[in-house]
Write a protein that binds this ligand. Structure first.
Ligand SMILES: [Zn+2]
Length: 237
């Protein structure tokens, strides 16, 4: 798992909010055990969620009107990273190899981003209809195992990421000013009220951040495989 995910997960556990974060089924798990102090603490911590020092993404620098193009670019970028694995067995091994047992492979990161984007589209429409809905978790860690990301075909994932980002880009492009300000309770890394505009920026951040994770993973996998490491592929946790 990426370092920033691990760090935020630790923060969430420290706040004793893990049940809220992983059990965000809307309506079934209300935040009755989340106190006002908890929320204020989380809001203070989450203020830093509007930028990321690891990938240098700043939420304020992305206008919502730029989100569709940014997503389409990300779809193309992911496809470019995966494409060499379509024709080259060695590169496919690189894409499928986990740099570390607990760090996702490039393929798994691409699958994760695909599923995030698909989820964001559903969350968007939910927030347009309902007032401040509490968004369900995608259970990202469990999903890697249950959906068997590591068994996915490179060709399929490349096409699916491109399709998912295109769909969400189109959805964002059709929003008006009032719709961008619709609110929801976003569960990651801790439950907090967010606008659809923030959701769009956060999705772009996810894509850029994990693209960096993919590049780092590809580099590490190449080095490991060229040095004769034979532990491919790492089995999911
Ligand atoms: Zn980042």
């Amino acid at each position: 798992m990426a370092t920033w995910y691990g760090w935020w997960s630790a923060v969430v556990r420290w706040l004793h909010w893990a049940p809220d974060v992983i059990c965000m089924s809307r309506g079934e798990h209300s935040a009755t055990h989340t106190t006002g102090d908890d929320l204020r603490s989380a809001q203070a911590i989450m203020a830093t969620m509007d930028s990321c020092t690891q990938c240098d993404f700043s939420y304020d620098t992305l206008g919502v009107e730029e989100a569709p193009a940014a997503l389409r670019f990300l779809g193309s970028a992911y496809r470019t990273r995966l494409a060499p694995g379509l024709q080259n067995v060695e590169h496919e091994r690189v894409l499928r190899r986990r740099p570390e047992p607990q760090v996702w492979s490039a393929l798994e990161y691409a699958c994760h981003f695909r599923d995030v984007v698909l989820a964001q589209r559903e969350r968007l429409y939910l927030a347009l209809v309902e007032d401040t809905p509490r968004l369900a978790s995608i259970y990202r860690d469990q999903r890697v195992i249950f959906a068997r990301y590591s068994d996915d075909r490179i060709e399929d994932v490349a096409r699916e990421v491109d399709m998912a980002t295109g769909l969400l880009a189109r959805a964002f492009a059709r929003l008006d000013g009032g719709q961008w300000q619709r609110q929801c309770i976003y569960g990651y890394p801790a439950p907090m009220q967010r606008s659809i505009a923030w959701l769009a920026r956060h999705t772009v951040h996810e894509g850029r951040h994990h693209l960096q994770d993919i590049d780092t993973g590809i580099s590490a996998a190449r080095s490991a495989l060229s040095s004769g490491a034979a532990t491919w592929p790492h089995q999911p946790r």
